[in-house]
Design a protein around this ligand. Structure first.
Ligand SMILES: [Zn+2]
Length: 255
């Protein structure tokens, strides 16, 4: 009888040990799949940010010198502005500045939006190289505080805050516009009255919603339902009608 008891206890021990091992390996699987997911995200983002930034198209457009060429200047993670790029600026209320080239169109758009009973608010406009650098470094620092390593933090930061030299705000042709009732720079912005109106009408004034949700892979930037870029009326109308982003429009033109 005592023998049977000992065998039973032993069997139970083996059973518990087996169950414990099963749980342990499940936990390990879970951990591993999380790591794989995270590193996939990193790989996708790296594809975007590690491509070499070339100054060639920018330099070409600048040497052209016409306003039309300046309006279509492509600045993105792969096309970097030279550090000595200068813009002719006009002051706006609230300490903002914008390229003189798009000031009349912006004024008209804001006036018409207000006349339609809306309350648009400009929260970001022209940025100097130094300001862009500060914003980018702050984002990197915030991610590193969350536990990212420097390299990983730089990669992740670049999808949200452009690396200095690759931000359209440095052109003076881009604006972040929010609804006074919701000043959060997140996707909730797309359902505000101001954004709905801008998404439908901004092209008439020469502005485009620069970073649509479905174009992230082409623009290299997350969905930003608040960032508008001036490209001139003709290009804006064509971009809007075809559902393109600026990269697609320029590619089409180059054919
Ligand atoms: Zn912006």
């Amino acid at each position: 009888m005592k023998k049977i008891g000992t065998v039973l206890v032993l069997l139970l021990c083996v059973l518990f040990f087996w169950l414990w091992m099963q749980e342990k390996s499940k936990g390990k699987d879970r951990k591993e799949s999380k790591v794989t997911m995270e590193s996939n995200v990193a790989v996708n983002e790296r594809k975007i940010t590690e491509l070499p930034a070339t100054e060639a198209p920018v330099t070409k457009a600048l040497s052209d010198g016409t306003d039309a060429a300046k309006l279509l200047l492509l600045v993105n993670p792969w096309h970097k502005l030279p550090q000595n790029y200068t813009v002719d600026l006009t002051d706006l209320n609230g300490g903002h500045q914008i390229a003189t080239l798009c000031y009349p169109a912006l004024q008209q758009m804001m006036d018409d939006a207000r006349a339609a009973g809306l309350h648009p608010l400009i929260c970001s406009s022209f940025r100097t190289w130094q300001k862009q650098e500060r914003l980018y470094e702050n984002k990197v620092a915030a991610l590193m505080q969350k536990g990212y390593g420097r390299e990983m933090a730089e990669t992740a930061a670049a999808a949200e805050v452009a690396v200095p030299g690759t931000s359209e705000h440095q052109l003076g042709l881009a604006l972040d516009i929010v609804d006074e009732s919701n000043q959060n720079l997140d996707e909730s912005q797309e359902s505000t009255k101001v954004q709905k109106w801008l998404m439908e009408n901004s092209w008439k004034y020469g502005f485009i919603l620069r970073y649509p949700n479905e174009k992230r892979q082409i623009t290299g930037i997350i969905y930003e339902p608040w960032h508008y870029r001036y490209v001139g009326k003709e290009a804006a109308a064509e971009i809007y009608a075809n559902g393109w982003c600026l990269e697609e429009y320029l590619e089409h033109k180059a054919r």
